[in-house]
Design a protein around this ligand. Structure first.
Ligand SMILES: [Zn+2]
Length: 335
């Protein structure tokens, strides 16, 4: 897939994916698509539901899959929740979505990371919140804040690479796995969304199999460039498409080795940075107390304790920084 640019590849595959009339030109197909959306909107009988659907621009979404038929009260509640979330993410759609790519579903959850939860505790939940955007071609996973506002780190799994997708299991959990990648478990996914997303994804996997065309990608799950959203190789130093330079995890680790918390501030995880600074201050006080206790060689214990704090934090921030791609230009500023 490296030989042609993602935009060219999408141009080539577009006709095969457009269901209405494969012979029609792209602009025409796009017009039909938007007209279907407008028809869908007009046929909504419940004015409150229509109010929510009206908030979304018909060019980005597939209304029929985003708002599946449900009982009145449920339909309203689900529509409201999905629309509020979609509005938070919508501003990144112009660079994120390829021409002819529409959002079929959107929901959110929190990635369970054993290492981080073990060492950072509940704080890990704050940095692993994720929006799932299911499009015609792929699942987009977007790191976000508590309101669903996108952070820098994003990944994609094209449907032909999605080998495991399981909603349910543990309460609120949803599992994704791409070929040659580990299982990603998310918790806190809304119950109604878990059911709805399953039917959207299985239908898309079938379509991807029939079309026999690969969406541009390197591996099963690729991180996306934070600036231009092109799929890039994991551990890349820069983007081949726009030239943006990426944050090197080793640099983040070195900052934390120098002063625990500094790496987190570099990643703009300010809350965690402050917590670590606080923890480090306490460690320093303990070390001072031990060193001045008058016991022979007590200072050695102090030095070992201090070294441990620095090295431990360097490993932890290296792990956190290695999960996805961040732009060097946004270091210190944006998470
Ligand atoms: Zn780029």
């Amino acid at each position: 897939m490296d030989a042609i640019s993602p935009t060219e590849a999408v141009d080539a595959m577009r006709d095969d994916y457009i269901e209405h009339d494969p012979a029609a030109d792209f602009e025409h197909a796009e017009q039909i698509f938007q007209q279907d959306n407008l028809n869908f909107r007009e046929q909504i009988a419940d004015p409150k539901l229509a109010h929510w659907v009206n908030q979304l621009h018909p060019k980005y979404y597939n209304f029929a899959t985003l708002f599946p038929t449900a009982k009145k009260r449920k339909a309203r509640k689900n529509a409201k929740r999905r629309v509020i979330l979609a509005k938070q993410v919508e501003k990144v759609f112009p660079k994120l979505l390829y021409p002819g790519e529409h959002v079929r579903f959107i929901t959110r959850g929190t990635l369970n990371s054993f290492v981080e939860q073990y060492f950072l505790g509940l704080v890990a939940l704050l940095i692993n919140r994720t929006v799932f955007v299911v499009t015609d071609f792929r699942v987009l996973l977007i790191n976000c804040d508590g309101k669903g506002r996108p952070h820098q780190m994003k990944w994609q799994i094209p449907f032909e690479e999605l080998i495991v997708f399981k909603p349910g299991g543990m309460i609120g959990s949803t599992v994704f796995q791409a070929r040659d990648d580990k299982k990603l478990k998310f918790s806190g996914v809304h119950r109604d969304d878990r059911k709805a997303i399953e039917s959207v994804i299985s239908e898309r996997i079938e379509t991807a199999k029939r079309a026999e065309i690969a969406f541009p990608h390197h591996r099963g799950r690729d991180p996306l460039c934070p600036i231009c959203a092109t799929p890039v190789m994991m551990k890349s130093n820069s983007c081949q498409e726009c030239g943006d330079e990426f944050v090197k995890p080793i640099k983040v680790a070195m900052l934390s080795l120098l002063l625990p918390c500094l790496g987190e501030f570099y990643l703009a995880h300010r809350g965690i940075g402050l917590l670590e600074l606080f923890g480090y201050a306490i460690t320093l006080m303990v070390v001072m107390a031990i060193s001045t206790s008058g016991e022979p060689n007590a200072w050695i214990v102090g030095v070992i304790l201090l070294a441990f704090a620095h090295i431990f934090d360097a490993f932890l921030t290296n792990h956190v920084a290695s999960k996805g791609i961040r732009s060097k230009s946004l270091a210190w500023k944006k998470p």
